[in-house]
Design a protein around this ligand. Structure first.
Ligand SMILES: NC(=O)c1ccc[n+]([C@@H]2O[C@H](COP(=O)([O-])OP(=O)(O)OC[C@H]3O[C@@H](n4cnc5c(N)ncnc54)[C@H](O)[C@@H]3O)[C@@H](O)[C@H]2O)c1
Ligand SMILES: O[C@H]1[C@H](O)[C@@H](O)[C@H](O)[C@@H](O)[C@H]1O
Length: 340
């Protein structure tokens, strides 16, 4: 049994505690921490956990009876906790973002390079979603030919707590990671187009982001976080032989009162429920096997570089180059292994 310590017992921290305790195999949550100690205690009570509540995240990470760490605190605190886990020689699953700046992500990459070992998995769960996996298989097999254009949409019903750039820094990273993985390609430039604003929010919403990849594929993504109607994720790949669409979640088609209707999900937790389960189970398995897999610190860094280009593109209204970086051999080797 892997003894897991969770730093940050808010919404997704509690969600991961629940799945480790009730759904997944091979791990138990034995330690928790939150700046709001009451919340940490409530999270334990909710799952009837006999876990130790630590006063500080760093103490939890260093505790000898914690084998592996999950970081689900607020984004700006991730870097410190991930660095502490690497320092303590412990595998760490960090919810997105790996760090809030590309510089911060680079420090984490450098810490791993110094230890010549990967410790980090970043919480980009879409790679574990059945629909995205099917899409990737089809692209890898060349069934639609070379991808030329990708249309994406990431819509959420409302985001009352979002500040101005959060659609780019908080929501769009999921597309950034998924598309690098799906297309096996890197981004070279970003442009952000600002359409008419919805009256349902005070921030700019929606955004249209245009990305270009090294191979020349063009991506347009609509990020609309106050769309009102549901949580709705689309991805359509236009290839030279055909078109492939991300499957919609299964829902009953109903005929009633002269209408045909399908339900649309509203909660992101439900849309990617199975993907979160798979993601954390594979992380547990990889910790047991002594070899961390999944989205790496390098992937987290590449996402952050692309996010920074998007934020600059938004404020300057110009096309901004995404910084090119050579992949260090530590990550190139595990990337190759994962593909085999
Ligand atoms: N992969 C996904 O789809 C997904 C979904 C939701 C959230 N997230 C990410 O997970 C993280 C948490 O999001 P959330 O929605 O659960 O937020 P939340 O606000 O519900 O929970 C965060 C918790 O962290 C605690 N915290 C803050 N600073 C801390 C510190 N220094 N030490 C210990 N605890 C601290 C807060 O008190 C809070 O309880 C964010 O980075 C978010 O982007 C990812
Ligand atoms: O933090 C959340 C979470 O990562 C969701 O998966 C995403 O759809 C939201 O846009 C984001 O705000």
């Amino acid at each position: 049994m892997i003894r897991v310590g969770v730093v940050g017992t808010g919404m997704i921290g509690q969600d991961h505690i629940h799945r480790i305790t009730n759904v997944l195999k091979g791990a138990q949550v034995t330690a928790v921490n939150d700046v709001d100690e009451q919340r940490a205690r409530q999270a334990c009570a909710k799952e009837h956990l006999d876990a130790e509540v630590y006063e500080s995240g760093i103490d939890l990470i260093q505790a000898p009876d914690v084998d592996a760490v999950i970081v689900t605190s607020w984004g700006p605190t991730h870097e410190e906790f991930v660095l502490a886990a690497i320092e303590a020689d412990k595998p760490v699953f960090c919810e997105k973002p790996l760090a809030v700046t590309a510089e911060g992500c680079k420090r984490i990459v450098e810490a791993e390079l110094q230890k010549e070992k990967q410790y980090v998995q970043v919480g980009y769960m879409r790679r574990y979603d059945k629909g995205y996996k099917a899409l990737k298989k089809l692209v890898d097999e060349g069934q639609v030919g070379e991808p030329l254009v990708v249309h994406c949409a990431h819509r959420a019903p409302s985001a009352p707590n979002f500040s101005e750039d959060m659609p780019l820094t908080d929501s769009f990273p999921h597309e950034i990671d998924t598309l690098r993985w799906l297309l096996d390609d890197e981004f070279v430039s970003a442009q952000v187009v600002l359409p008419r604003k919805t009256s349902h929010s005070s921030i700019q919403d929606p955004h249209i982001i245009l990305l270009e990849t090294e191979k020349g594929t063009r991506i347009d993504a609509e990020i609309f976080v106050n769309c009102q109607y549901g949580y709705d994720i689309h991805c359509e790949i236009i290839g030279e032989q055909g078109i492939a669409n991300l499957p919609e979640p299964a829902s009953v088609l109903m005929r009633k009162q002269a209408k045909r209707t399908n339900e649309i999900l509203v909660d992101w937790k439900e849309r990617f429920l199975e993907a979160y389960d798979k993601e954390i189970q594979e992380w547990i398995d990889s910790v047991q096997a002594g070899k961390v897999t999944g989205p790496s610190a390098w992937d987290g860094y590449k996402v952050a570089l692309t996010v920074e280009a998007c934020v600059e593109a938004k404020s300057s209204r110009e096309i901004i180059a995404v910084h090119k970086q050579e992949i260090p051999s530590l990550y190139a080797a595990s990337d190759k292994l994962l593909k085999e």
